[in-house]
Ligand binder design. Structure first.
Ligand code: AP5
Length: 215
C-alpha cells in the first residue's frame, strides 16, 4: 500500500505510522525524522534546516520535494510506503503526484487524522521521545514503564525543542490552512480516509486497520 498520513502536528501520525509500517512491512518515511537526523549529524543540509525546525516554520517546498523525490526512488519504497508529514502544502502534493507518476506508482489512500487544536497542545507538550531510537511516548497518554527511559532501548527520553509552548502554537498556525487545503485536495480525488484522532491510541489504530482492511 502507498499511503499518506495527513493531519496537524500532534494528531498521532508518527505513532500510528510506526505501528502500521511494522504490520505491513513497508518503510515509514517521515520528513520530520529525515530533517532532524540531518541536523543531528550536522550535515550541510542540516545547518540550513535548523532555523526552520526551531521556529516551527515550514522548510521551503523546493528543498523538501527534492529530498522526498530522491527518497521515493530507494529500493525499499518499491513495495509500498507510509509518508508521514509529506505533503504539507499543495505544491508538495503536486510534486508527489509527479514523482510517483515518474516511478509508475500511485497513492492508494490518504489517512486524515481529525482532531481539535486544544487536544493537540496537550499531546505535544506531554510528548517525550527517545534520543537514541526515536520512540515516542506521552507523559500521561502513553507513559514509559520507567520514568524518562525508553522501554525499547533504554535510551534517555527528551522533549523535542519544537514541542515548547510558543513553537507549538506557531506550528499549528503555520500548518492550519495548508492542512485543510490538502484535506480538500485528496477528498476531491476520492482518496481521503478520515479517522477520529481524538480517540485513545489503540482505538485510532483499530479504526485505521479497519478502514484500510488490514487484519
Ligand atoms: P514533524 O516531525 O513532521 O512534526 P509534525 O507534523 O509537527 O508532527 P508531529 O511529529 O509533531 O506529530 P504527530 O502527528 O506525528 O504526533 P505523534 O504521533 O508524535 O515536523 C517537524 C518540523 O519539520 C516541522 O515543524 C517543519 O519545520 C519541518 N517539516 C516536516 N515536514 C515538512 C514538510 N513536508 N514541509 C516543510 N517542512 C516540514 O503524537 C504526539 C503525542 O501524542 C505523542 O506524545 C503520542 O504519544 C501522543 N498520542 C498519539 N496518539 C494519541 C492518542 N490517540 N491519544 C493520546 N495521545 C496520543
Amino acid at each position: 500500500m502507498n499511503l499518506v498520513f495527513l493531519g496537524l502536528p500532534g494528531t498521532g501520525k508518527g505513532t500510528q505510522a510506526k505501528i502500521l509500517a511494522e504490520k505491513l512491512a513497508v518503510p515509514h518515511i517521515a520528513t520530520g525524522d529525515i530533517f532532524r537526523s540531518a541536523i543531528a549529524n550536522k550535515t550541510e543540509l542540516g545547518q540550513k534546516l535548523k532555523q526552520y525546525l526551531e521556529q516551527g516554520a515550514l522548510v521551503p517546498d523546493q528543498v523538501t520535494c527534492g529530498i522526498m523525490e530522491a527518497r521515493l526512488q530507494e529500493e525499499d519504497a518499491k513495495q509500498g510506503f507510509i509518508l508521514d508529514g509529506f505533503p504539507r502544502t499543495i505544491v508538495q502534493g503536486e510534486a508527489l503526484d509527479e514523482s510517483l507518476s515518474k516511478l509508475g506508482l500511485k497513492l492508494d489512500g490518504v489517512v486524515y487524522f481529525a482532531a481539535g487544536e486544544d487536544v493537540l497542545i496537550a499531546r505535544l507538550s506531554g510528548r517525550r521521545v527517545c534520543e537514541s531510537c526515536g520512540a515516542t511516548y506521552h507523559l500521561v497518554f502513553n507513559p514509559p514503564a520507567q520514568k524518562d527511559l525508553c522501554q525499547l532501548c533504554g535510551g534517555k527520553l527528551i522533549q523535542r525543542h519544537d514541542d515548547r509552548e510558543a513553537t507549538v502554537k506557531n506550528r499549528l498556525i503555520v500548518n492550519r490552512d495548508n492542512n485543510e487545503d490538502l484535506r480538500k485536495y485528496y477528498e476531491s480525488r476520492g482518496l481521503l480516509i478520515t479517522v477520529d484522532a481524538e480517540n485513545p491510541l489503540q482505538q485510532v489504530t483499530s479504526e485505521i486497520f479497519n478502514k484500510l482492511g488490514v487484519s
